[in-house]
Design a protein around this ligand. Structure first.
Ligand code: PRP
Ligand code: MN
Ligand code: MG
Length: 180
């Protein structure tokens, strides 16, 4: 597995420090508010698990699973909901938690979809932002790291459903994804 990795881009230790800062900022900003944290399956689960443990105010948790049609290293833009929230959100402040914003198409869809349900507020938090790849404009309220246009895996991010469990954010060797 490690032989598939070209380079560690962000170490587990660097992530830990940044996640702590994000948790503190979120705890400050939502003090006294009814916050629903929405993790986007599957990529966000590792970040979400770390982030919520750095949040010091009461929150509730829910999940959405979305899928962009097609596989490989980029998303197609057509998004479909595989698993929806279990509760209405009109009485809640909603924070979407993502692992990465790449083209922005997934987040744009989620923001539009959730905004239509009229939550008290709607923001998003992502551990990684890859602005060079953006196709649609989305506002990112909490950002862990801005990264260059490398294909990255680990800390929740996959290639063909693999590598999600790596504790660091790693650049995959190009021959790994050229192989398939
Ligand atoms: C990945 C990632 C984001 C999205 C970002 O999810 O976790 O959700 O793509 O790409 P975009 O900005 O170009 O839309 P993916 O669809 O691979 O599903 P997964 O989370 O289950 O890996
Ligand atoms: Mn995802
Ligand atoms: Mg994926």
């Amino acid at each position: 597995m490690r032989e598939d990795i070209a380079q560690v881009l962000v170490t587990g230790e660097q992530i830990k420090q940044r996640v702590k800062e994000l948790g503190e900022a979120i705890s400050r900003d939502y003090e006294g508010k009814d916050l629903l944290v929405v993790g986007i399956l599957k990529g966000a689960i590792i970040f979400l698990a770390d982030l919520v443990r750095e949040i010091t105010i009461p929150i509730t948790l829910d999940f959405m699973a979305v899928s962009s049609y097609g596989s490989g290293t980029s998303s197609s833009g057509v998004v479909r909901i595989l698993k929806d929230l279990e509760v209405p959100v009109e009485d809640k402040h909603v924070l979407i938690v993502e692992d990465i914003v790449d083209t922005g198409l997934t987040l744009k869809y989620l923001l539009d979809n959730l905004r239509a349900r009229q939550p008290l507020s709607l923001k998003c938090c992502t551990i990684l932002d890859k602005p060079e790849r953006r196709l649609v404009d989305v506002q990112i309220d909490y950002r862990g790291f801005c990264i260059p246009d490398y294909f990255v895996v680990g800390y929740g991010l996959d290639y063909n459903q693999k590598y999600r469990h790596l504790p660091d954010i790693c650049v995959l060797k190009p021959e790994v994804y050229r192989r398939s």
